[in-house]
Each structure stands twice: as C-alpha cells, then as structure tokens.
Design a protein around this ligand. Structure first.
Ligand code: HAM
Length: 481
C-alpha cells in the first residue's frame, strides 16, 4: 500500500459511529426553529423546562420501562461506571474462583461448573449494583426528578417539558438512529381527569400544526388498568386466543405469547395481520371506570376540535402505560412513521418509590419530524447573509471592520472577508453565500463618506451615508419580515 493510500485509509477510519450522525447548517436552523416553536407552544400551556442527565442508574430504566421490553433487553447502552467498582468486581471474582477450586479438587466437570456459577454470580451482583445507562427515553428520569426534588409539594399538576438526545442500540435505518432526539412533555400529580389527557394531546397537535407538519394522523386507544376485571383479564383472554393460533404466527410473536402478549398486537409482519385481526379487542374488556375515562377523553378531544382515529392495537412498547395511549404518524417516513408516542402512566412515580401520583406525557421524535417537514417541502429556512462587505484598500479595511461591527450590533448577518479581494471576486463570493446586499467600500467611498450598496438580486446600486444606510436596511428588514 502506498503512503498516500495508507493515509487515505487512516482518514477514513474516523467517521461518525453507526446510527449516529452530524446535523449541519443550514439544517440546524430548522432544528432550532422546531425547538423554539415547542418552547413557545408548551409555555402557552403552562409547561416549564426540565434538564435531566444523559445517564442514570440502569435500574431506573429497567424498573420503569420493563425487563421484558426490547428497549431494556436489546437496546440499552450500559457500563460499570467506577474504576473502584471494576476493581472490586475483579477481587470478588478472584475470591469466588479460589473458593470454587478449594471446594473441589478432583472432579474437573464439577469444578468447572462451580467456577462458572461463582463467576456469573459475582459479576451479576456487582454489575447490577453499579451499572449506568445512557437514557433511552426521559419519562423515567422526569419521574425520578419529581420524587428527588419533592415536587409533590408544589402546586399540582407539575407540567414539565424536555428536549435532547436519547440512545437506543437499534438497527439503524431511515428515521431510526442509535442517538436520536426527542422533544417531550410530562404532566405529573393532581388528578387523572380526562381533561388533562385531552389538553396534552391538543397541545401536541397545536405544536405540529405550528411547525407546518402536514398529513399527521392521531391514533388513540385505552389499555385500561392492571386489574382482573380490566387489562389483566383481557391479557388472559388474549393469551388463550393467541395459543389457539400460535402456529400461524412467526417466531417473535410466538415468544411474546408468554413474555408480553400485548406486544403481538404491535406486529407489522404482513403474514400475521389476518390472524391478529381475529383477536379480542381490549375496548370490550375495560372496567367501567376505564371505559368512562376513555369515552370522556374522546368527547373532550371532539370539544377541542382535535381529529383522531381509534386504533385498538395501539398498546405501546413500554411497560408503564395504562389507560390512554396515543401515537401520531406523519407522511414521508417509510416504515418508521411514528413521529410521537405517549400515554398515561399513573403508577410509575409510586413504582419508583414516590407518593401515589398521576402521570401522562408524550415524546416527539425530532429527527422524524424534521424528515417529514423536509419531505413535504416545509423544511425551508431562510439562508444566507444579509450583507457581504466587499472592501478594497487599507483605509477601506478599517472602515469595513467598523461597519461590520455596527451592522451586526443592529441585528444583521454580515460577512467580512479577512483578505482583500478584487471587486468581481468579492461579488461572486457574495452571490455564492446567498447574500442580499454587497456593501462596496473602496478608498473613494471612504473619502467621500458615501458607501455603495448593491442589491444582488437586481444589480441596483445606491450610495448612502453610514447612518442612512442603517436606516434603509432597517426599513427593508421590516418590510420583508
Ligand atoms: P417511544 O414511543 O419509545 O416513547 O418514543 C417516542 C418517539 O421517539 C417515537 O414515536 C419516535 O418518533 C421517536 N423514536 C424512538 N426511537 C427512535 C429511534 N431509534 N430513532 C429515531 N426516533 C426514535 C417514549 O420514549 C416515551 N418516553 C414517551 C412518553 C413520554 N410517554 C409518556 N411520556
């Protein structure tokens, strides 16, 4: 391999890790606009921002999201955090191994088995105690923060929103990443009045509308609560029904019949759809309270003019949900078309050691929202500089530096080239950068005190004094905004 090829290979090694990506300008402008819209809409509904850590104890996520879910069993990024814990782990392991050797001297097979068990046991105990995970979602952390900061003593409900990266070790594809971004909101405490569910959903749809998202569809469902006369009873019936059609299902769904039968309803496999359509519906098995709650959520959505479709198969992939669940899909996303998921999770704060607390919330997949906006042509953001300063000559340079500072202070975006250029080249550069105006400053302009402003779209040139120029640009900005 030649030196040049080796260097090229070396350079190629440094690429963003699979499932992660760089988001570059001008696309970042669109991200900022979406985030700013969320801040404005959420504030109008009385939400305040919470910033939570990017990593937490693994147990927090395992406990809330559920040990059998894909997020926990397959997708969590975890590690043992402290060097001391790692050292202690090695010590415990060595001791266990020594004990195993001491216990049995002769029988090789028994010795190996003991050895294995001791090692696994030591690893398990210590690793579990000190394991940290990158957050795969934020609801668990928000509940942890609610308890930790005794937010139950604040006026209820507490309304919080967040935005930032989440991490799941999924198979990357369009709209599915290992580091992705969510914008979410949670309402904690107070009552579980259906008006809260309806208002949260109304806020969400208002946000999508303000972003310019077209063709979004809201799906809702109620999965009741965990009691024999409600979801537990339904799950038993579902399990029995699934048992009867087991051989018509694929291996994943067959496994889920025992571990998590509700998740079979999530299946997207074409071959399973006809079978799933014959399964019992949860709506027919809700207890009276859950049924009434669901009916009132739907009525209040109608009062608010929020359009929805019911989807009896919408059970969501995380264990903490109860009663209202919802999802929003958007066009242009292929198979990963859910731009938002959410629902009610009344028992979660209590499960994590806090007081009995009601909870409901959602998380928007920001990457997918941006993709959908771009696909529908709604992702355009104003680009380019306002003014490019074409300066020529030493005296003009000093004036250009001062002019750039004043114009930037007045709120204009200004490009000041660091090196002198010929006028033709400077104007070409201004064009490439999408500037609206070129401010031409040569020695003549500086000594006359009259600066030339060229409108690049029309080629029109006008002379201004410094103060008239600022006034003119201000007026133009007001006209166009
Ligand atoms: P989730 O359905 O797991 O719910 O995620 C919410 C949204 O995040 C999805 O609808 C999708 O748009 C986006 N998303 C999830 N995984 C990925 C990925 N790998 N790549 C790109 N986007 C992704 C939750 O996370 C719950 N914590 C929502 C919630 C809040 N429920 C109550 N409060």
């Amino acid at each position: 391999m030649s030196d040049a090829t080796a260097k090229k290979e070396e350079r190629r090694k440094f690429q963003a890790i699979k499932g992660t990506r760089d988001i570059l300008p001008p696309e970042t402008e669109l991200w900022n606009r979406v985030e700013q819209t969320a801040r404005e809409v959420f504030a109008a509904y009385g939400f305040g921002e919470i910033r939570i850590p990017d990593f937490e104890l693994a147990r927090l996520f395992e406990h809330s999201i559920g040990d059998e879910t894909d997020v926990i069993t397959k997708e969590l990024y975890s590690w043992i955090d402290s060097p001391r814990a790692n050292q202690a782990l090695r010590r415990v392991r060595a001791k266990a191994i020594a004990n195993a050797y001491r216990a049995i001297h002769d029988d090789q097979a028994v010795r190996e088995e003991l050895f294995k068990q001791a090692e696994a046991g030591a690893l398990d105990t210590l690793a579990r105690a000190n394991r940290i995970s990158l957050r795969p979602e934020a609801t668990a952390s928000v509940c942890r923060a609610y308890i930790e900061h005794r937010m139950q003593s604040l006026p209820q409900p507490v309304k919080l929103y967040y935005m930032g990266p989440m991490f799941r070790r999924e198979q990357p594809q369009k709209g599915r990443y290992r580091q992705f971004y969510q914008i979410g909101a949670e309402v904690l405490g107070g009552t579980d009045a259906p008006g809260i569910d309806a208002e949260v959903i109304e806020m969400l749809m208002t946000f999508f509308d303000k972003c310019g998202l077209q063709g979004a569809t809201l799906y809702i469902n109620s999965i009741g609560h965990n009691a024999d006369n409600c979801r537990r009873g339904y799950v038993a019936k579902l399990k029995a029904a699934l048992g009867r059609v087991k051989d018509k299902l694929g291996p994943d769904s067959q496994r889920r019949i025992d571990s998590n039968p509700l998740r079979v309803l999530d299946s997207k496999l074409e071959s399973e759809q006809a079978v799933i359509a014959t399964l019992p519906h949860i709506a027919d098995h809700l207890c009276d309270e859950c049924k009434a709650h669901y009916a009132e959520v739907k009525r209040q959505l109608q009062v608010r003019g929020v359009l929805y479709q019911e989807n009896w198969r919408l059970v969501r992939g995380l264990d903490y949900y109860m009663r209202t669940t919802f999802e929003i899909t958007a066009p242009g996303l292929g198979s990963q078309n859910a731009v938002c998921g959410g629902g009610r999770y009344d028992g979660l704060v209590e499960l994590l050691g806090g007081p009995p607390t009601k909870g409901i919330g959602f998380a928007i997949g920001e990457d997918r929202l941006i993709l959908s906006l771009q696909e529908s042509g709604k992702g355009q953001v104003p680009q380019g500089r306002d003014i490019y300063i074409a300066w020529m000559g030493e005296k003009a340079h000093a004036t250009a530096i001062r002019a750039a500072k004043d114009l930037r202070k007045a709120g204009f975006s200004v490009e000041l080239p660091p090196l002198e250029q010929k006028l033709g080249k400077a104007l070409g550069q201004a064009d490439k950068l999408g500037a609206k105006y070129a401010l031409i400053l040569g020695d003549n302009e500086v000594s006359e005190g009259l600066w030339t402003l060229k409108t690049l779209s029309t080629g029109e040139q006008t002379k201004f004094t410094a103060s008239d120029l600022l006034e003119f640009l201000r007026q133009q900005k007001n006209v166009s905004s």
